[in-house]
Design a protein around this ligand. Structure first.
Ligand code: PEP
Ligand code: MN
Length: 332
């Protein structure tokens, strides 16, 4: 598949024009990895003439790499052996922050037992207040790695600076870019260059367009292992921490080829609403969920009020599975 792009971006041209020479026209059209982007008018005639009919698409939109119009199939992204973007709903769960060996081990064992396939836990925490717990840093990453190796569940954790990308890549299976950093363009580029699976959260006040353009930064580095995460947006409403943008989630699912997951914990800020928000997201087409679970939420160093107990998580998974099945998806 050859996607013709109007000439408008030097960065895009530089990053993509060369690909046709590397891949070669004979291998075009196998699967989505062979999608090749070229700038209109710059592809040599001898290559164009060898392309099978119908394998050449014109694309005129602003987000060429994430657009579903430019890609035939939904992109599947793996974190460890968990695959996002297929029929299966993938649930990532664990504490907001890694606090101790015992805490993260207990969390991992319980969420895995209830059907989660990825463990979450922050080591570098982007806190609103500088006086709040900032995370254990590299020590937290080591604990995540140990826990993962011992329990056999892959780990997702946040990097908040470009310098942290390499260190997170050393210990974790996937990198989270948090809401506060959605438009930290150097960080997006560094996450792209890492080649690691990336979960890109929507910014607290970001429009869908801004979110998708942030995704383009990562894709432009040649990293297609990208999952989008709707985590609630700020509105006039203060009764909940944020507002889960369910229609936005459905929209992003339909206009991009990327897997989209939802974070009902940060969206609601209340553990009694997490199951309801999870079910709404799955019904709207989410490919997975990111849920905060803590062995002892009342003692949590961050986000305790929105963290589920292991028992509550187990019950929520039952409800989520029922909705998943009702909309033709599989969920453990
Ligand atoms: C988190 O996942 O703990 C977190 C800080 O999320 P967000 O960036 O969505 O606020
Ligand atoms: Mn949190």
């Amino acid at each position: 598949m050859l996607i013709m792009l109007p000439e408008r971006s030097e960065a895009l041209e530089k990053a993509l024009l060369g690909r046709i020479w590397r891949v070669g026209p004979q291998s075009i059209d196998h699967d989505q990895k062979d999608v090749i982007y070229v700038i209109k008018g710059k592809i040599p005639e001898e290559i164009l003439s060898k392309l099978p009919a119908g394998s050449c698409n014109d694309y005129a939109g602003e987000a060429p790499l994430s657009s579903r119009a430019a890609m035939r199939d939904a992109t599947k992204v793996k974190i460890g052996s968990a695959e996002f973007g297929g029929r299966k709903i993938v649930v990532c769960a664990g504490p907001c922050a890694v606090e101790s060996r015992q805490q993260i081990m207990e969390a991992a064992r319980s969420v895995k037992k209830s059907g989660a396939s990825v463990l979450r836990g922050g080591a570098f925490k982007p806190r609103t207040s500088p006086y709040s717990f900032q995370g254990l840093g590299e020590e937290g990453l080591k604990l995540l790695r140990e826990t993962s190796d011992e329990t056999g569940i892959p780990v997702l954790t946040e990097a908040t600076t470009t310098e942290q990308i390499n260190i997170v890549a050393k210990y974790a299976d996937a990198i989270q870019i948090g809401a506060r950093n959605m438009q930290n363009f150097d960080l997006l580029r560094a996450a792209g260059r890492s080649g690691m699976p990336v979960v890109l959260k929507r910014g607290i006040s970001a429009t869908i367009e801004e979110w998708i353009l942030a995704a383009e930064y990562i894709l432009l580095e040649g990293n297609w292992n990208l999952i989008l995460c709707e985590r609630g947006i700020r509105t006039f409403e203060t009764a909940t921490r944020n507002v889960l943008d369910v229609s936005g989630l459905a929209l992003v699912k339909s206009i991009t080829h990327l897997p989209v997951i939802a974070d009902p914990s940060h969206a609601t800020g209340r553990r009694d609403l997490v199951a309801a928000a999870s079910k709404a997201a799955i019904a709207a087409g989410a490919d997975g969920l990111l849920i905060e679970v803590h062995p002892e939420p009342n003692a949590a160093l961050s986000d305790g009020p929105q963290s589920l107990t292991p028992e509550e998580f187990e019950a929520a998974m039952g409800e989520i599975s029922a909705v998943a099945k009702a909309v033709g998806r599989e969920c453990p």
